[in-house]
Design a protein around this ligand. Structure first.
Ligand SMILES: Nc1ncnc2c1ncn2[C@@H]1O[C@H](COP(=O)(O)OP(=O)(O)OP(=O)(O)O)[C@@H](O)[C@H]1O
Length: 360
């Protein structure tokens, strides 16, 4: 199991076109990291630098104890021992499935055994004689994974590999790919702009903003404790409220559970940690809000929109005295309709981001 370590990685395509700007990222051996970010933030550039197709301007890329890129060092792509699963259309169309998988295995004596093992691993034992056009899109992507894994790479890079698949197929292929990587203990980096994919598939989610990692951590941590409002909005749905933190240590400034508090348009909210400044933004998730009967002790609100998703529904409300709409997630079917009045209450503790910081 090999660790990937990236330090101070910088890459510009021209004088005013810096894409990676001192990016640091460590992926522990055997982990799958999802690199998540908006279109154009540099995800593909990062993969291409790791793979060796592009030279970094500064910084280092190390896999295990091998320095692959750094000052005076640029190991060519074919000598990096990196397997790549590209987007759709990656298989050689004129070669059978088995020959596609065997392509990068240089040890001739191991080729056949390795090909069979890899096809078995991705659930396609017995498909070796087929041609790529005789496979479904999902099967083709699983062959692409088998081909990337066959030469026993130290690291696997997956570049939006599920993009071309429809959503029903996508979840299944994603789970199969995840299971195959886990079985062999591969260290892998998955580039995606799909937050659900990142949260559901990866051990680590690394969110890229302005050429750096804005936050990196296990999926539940990035979701539950986003570093700032920008990350909160990018990874999931967020409720952001202007807030004034009660910074005193006295009992009056503490919630019932002893937590520090902040005053918001939704009332007094308990914070996970003391605020670093009095003014800022409280960060909540829509499932932390509860809709109740309107009445005393809760904030009044008017429903403006209801979106039903099957497993849950999102209800948008305008809260009396609060600027902008607020989203509330409810389990299952919502009985409220636009125009209805409701009460809104906050449950659990919130994050707090001081005004003026990055990502505000
Ligand atoms: N060869 C190139 N020459 C000049 N600029 C480039 C080149 N390749 C990419 N860029 C620019 O660098 C930035 C990052 O591109 P990159 O493809 O790495 O982003 P991305 O995060 O993978 O985007 P997407 O999610 O849309 O695929 C973009 O602004 C892009 O226009």
């Amino acid at each position: 199991m090999t660790e990937l370590r990236i330090e101070g990685l910088t890459k510009a395509y021209g004088p005013d076109a810096t894409v990676l700007d001192g990016l640091d990222l460590t992926v522990p051996g055997g982990s799958l990291a999802a690199v998540l970010g908006p279109s154009g933030c540099g995800k593909t550039t990062l993969l291409r630098v790791i793979a060796g197709f592009l030279r970094a301007d500064a910084g280092t890329v190390t896999v295990g104890d091998r320095l692959l890129a750094g000052p005076g060092t640029h190991v060519p792509p074919e000598r990096r021992r990196i397997g790549i699963v590209p987007q759709e259309g990656a298989l050689f169309p004129h070669l059978s499935v088995a020959r596609n998988v065997a392509f990068g295995v240089t040890d001739r004596s191991a080729r056949r055994r390795r090909t069979e093992e890899m096809l078995e691993l991705v659930g396609l034992a017995g498909y070796g004689d087929r041609m790529p056009h005789e496979l479904s899109g999902g099967q083709q992507q699983r062959v692409a994974l088998a081909r990337a894994l066959a030469p026993e790479p130290a690291l696997v890079l997956l570049d939006e590999p599920f993009n071309a698949l429809d959503s029903a197929l996508r979840a299944g292929v994603r789970a199969d790919v995840r299971a195959a990587l886990r079985t062999i203990g591969a260290t892998a980096v998955l580039v995606t702009h799909d937050q659900q994919e990142a949260l559901s598939t990866a051990d680590l989610v690394a969110v890229v903003r302005d050429g750096r990692i804005a936050q990196c951590g296990p999926p539940h941590e990035v979701y539950a404790r986003p570093a700032d409002p920008w990350v909160a909005r990018f990874v999931g749905d967020a409720v952001l409220l202007s807030a004034h933190a009660a910074n005193g240590a006295g009992p009056a400034d503490r919630g019932a559970g002893g937590a520090p508090t902040a005053t918001t348009g939704l009332g007094t909210v308990e914070l996970r940690a003391p605020a670093a400044a009095p003014e800022g933004t409280v960060i909540l998730r829509p499932e932390q809000l509860l809709l109740t009967e309107p009445g005393e002790g809760v904030c009044g609100a008017t429903v403006t929109d209801v979106r039903y998703y099957g497993h849950d529904a999102m209800i948008t409300v305008v809260v009396d005295g609060v600027d902008g709409p607020v989203d509330v997630r409810v389990a299952g079917h919502a009985t409220l309709r636009p125009g209805d009045r409701a009460g809104v209450r906050v449950t659990g503790r919130a994050g707090f981001h001081p005004s003026g910081g990055s990502g505000a």
